[in-house]
Design a protein around this ligand. Structure first.
Ligand code: SAM
Ligand code: CA
Length: 246
């Protein structure tokens, strides 16, 4: 129970678009964007980001500083075959596609093709659509089908998971077999608006409250999974990197 003498804790939820980060100062986040991110953002990523900002579900988009990190990681590990679960209008997808070599491939899964098609003309303009194999439908049965093919096991260099939060543990159980030893998985939104560290009775938006327990369960699971090394980054809404060791 909250103590009435305590100062009122803030609501865990969506703030505003300029503050898609857990940093406690908007000014500092703007500094990062304006100094290190926007000046280097590909013109098509900028166009996709600005188009997405006008969409009613724009809160779902990957922030540009996180897109920059995904691009850096893909290049650092020389990724060639990748998987993305949760595409929306395609900011993380385009950032990844631009980072891959010309013969690189991204298998991109989303239940909603309409979102993907909003960004597709810009992805085509960027000249990287040939790297993308988009499949519409729920990701879980699709991954189960993939796993029936022995040749797909250990075939991926990089996976970015950014879809339905209640399925992250189910995705992990499958994706860990699809990624190669030494490959990388990124789970997005693992700090879930900061709510994972909040007391259960803290004021929260309903949708934050709904998935808070899933994120806490995932974080606990990843922390004890001896098949992976992990690194929890406070980028965007929290990104947990997992490197498959065995
Ligand atoms: N990575 C995206 C970006 O950079 O803009 C944001 C993805 S958004 C947070 C989550 C996406 O997951 C939505 O586009 C939604 O349609 C999709 N989604 C939700 N449930 C899904 C499921 N079961 N399988 C595949 N995609 C799903
Ligand atoms: Ca996300």
């Amino acid at each position: 129970m909250a103590n009435d003498d305590e100062p009122k804790s803030h609501l865990f939820g969506i703030k505003n678009l300029s503050h898609k980060t857990l940093l406690q100062s908007d000014a500092l986040y703007q500094y990062i964007l304006e100094t290190s991110v926007y000046p280097r953002e590909h013109e098509c990523l900028k166009e996709l980001r600005e188009m997405t900002e006008k969409h009613p579900r724009n809160i779902m988009a990957t922030p540009p500083d996180e897109g920059q990190l995904l691009s850096m990681l893909i290049k650092l590990i020389n990724a060639k075959n990748t998987l993305e679960i949760g595409v929306y209008t395609g900011y993380s997808l385009l950032s990844s596609a631009l980072a891959l070599p010309s013969d690189g491939k991204i298998l991109a899964l989303d239940v909603n093709r309409e979102y993907y098609e909003l960004g597709l003309p810009i992805i085509e303009k960027a000249g990287v659509a040939h790297k993308i194999d988009f499949r519409e439908g729920p990701a879980l049965p699709f991954l189960d089908e993939l796993l029936k093919d022995e040749s797909k096991k250990g075939s991926l260099d990089f996976v970015f998971v950014d879809a339905d939060k209640d399925n992250y543990l189910n995705y992990h159980k499958r994706v860990i077999e699809l990624v190669k030893i030494g490959g990388l998985i990124g789970y997005d939104n693992t700090l879930w608006h900061g709510s994972v560290a909040a007391p259960p009775d803290a004021p929260m938006d309903d949708f934050v409250k709904t998935h808070r327990a899933h994120m806490i369960e995932l974080n606990k699971y990843l922390a004890q999974d001896s098949r992976i090394e992990i690194c929890q980054l406070p980028v965007g809404d929290g990104l947990t990197l997992c490197r498959r060791m065995i």
